[in-house]
Design a protein around this ligand. Sequence first.
Ligand code: NOJ
Length: 560
Amino acid sequence: MSQTLSTRRNETAEWWRSAVVYQVYPRSFADSNGDGVGDVNGIRSKLPYLAALGIDAVWISPWYPSPMKDAGYDVSDYRDIEPIFGTLAEADAMVAEAHALGIKVIIDIVPNHTSDQHVLFQQALAAGPGSPERERFIFKPGRGPLGDEPPTDWQSAFGGTAWSRTTNPDGTPGDWYLRLFTPEQPDVNWEHPDIRAEFEQTLRFWFDRGVDGFRIDVAHGLVKDQSFPDEDGMPFPLPLGTAEEVNHPHWDQPRVHEIYRAWRKVADEYTPTRAFCGEIWVGRSDRLAAYLRPDELHTAFNFDFLMTPWLAAPMKAVIDETINSHAAVGAPPTWVLGNHDLCRPVSRYARPQELVQPLDRFLSHYLPHPADFASGLRRARAAALMMFGLPGGAYVYQGEELGLPEAEAIPFAALQDPLVVQSGGENLGRDGCRVPLPWTSAGETYGFSPEGAEQPWLPQPTAWADLAADTQDGQQGSTLEFYREALRVRGQRAELGDGAMTWITTPDDVLAYTRGEHFQCWVNFGDAPISLPEGEILVASGELTAAGLLPRDTTVWLAV
Ligand code: NOJ
């Protein structure tokens, strides 16, 4: 029955309005060939696991050829597969096998920047200053009498200036190029028709191979103010109340929307239409919703929800704000608790929630607050059940279904994230959520790699044996079985997914909502257990008290 309804939903043209999308971070998901890095055949081997989990789609972080200066977000060829990960034929087979199991496939496109090893950037460097090849990127002379100061004061998202200086063929210092992330990730020039054509061709390349959609990296960053003004300390996100005509010089520029209107036309050429999900950090629901107008992107990550502490009032406010802003443009909300850039929810929620506001998305797990990981796990499970019941779609980052915490004790020398180096070691980066998954409690790499393989590319914490998928499989009350149950029931209930919800009036520390006439979700954020209305418990994120009360940090779904 569950299979029937979720398959039906997944087969509709608007599957993306309700989908639960599972993020696969290929380096860390499953290693089939023993080189210590996950790969496409590893993903293929786990497709039955994903189907049994009950997800509707996978999103695969970049799998393209890459020098891996930013773990694959530095792409040197958008139309092939990185040899460490496998081959194009294996990727085609993966897509076909996923489809056969009723799973849609979303891949990741990185349109703000390429790798410095991309042929277009190599051509630009070789062709020299003033050449048409350089027009495809953002080259500028430096400031100051010697041109040795960056062209603007723009800052890299990873720290330091956002410009790198070139060397001329005669060895003298040359122009600078913009790179909002690492020096090896030059920003492309979206004013150039070749760039627009190049990326549209890439979309078609993968759509023609059967891929169902794209997650768009840094979707709000592509267009730059062509007068290249200094930032001059302008805050971003722009605070509410900022005049309409004020824009940050390189984030969320209004003309970025033109690009997505053109991409939507490409997606709509296909049957069923292909779908986009934007990674859009604009910090304001009105500016986010603008990307989701009917002729632009289908969905966007809801980072406001992810950043909200585990407290009833802010959670209620962010849910309302999300639903209202998305309804204004007819887009489905989405809900997300983690990804490969952010502290895992178990560890985020383990800290005192009043103290870590506003949550720093990179650093919250390194803040010097005491951590209570048992509470963190209870809250992460309660948050997951709360979000799976909300209108729209949801994301699960690999390992959330195992209740993995952030790996907080990776030795400094083993860290790989460029953010660590670029921030001068001030920021310990994102490796803690990227550690290879534990599949089995036994074995040197907990089943991530075959026995006798190379060491995994990041070390795994020893405590993970208890969290391994095979330890949790079939174990009543385990996080894995809880996720399976929640997604099974979500697939069965026609009132879940896209649609409306209504709040039930509750005490301050409790949130409760209805979906349709017969479904209720109750979440207790407070210390005191609360009584529940009459009804059948469909799923609970934790045990109820002996008296049948809903204890703190617990969510239930009720059929009433
Ligand atoms: C966002 C990606 O999620 C992150 O991993 C990457 O470092 C930056 N964009 C740059 O591509």
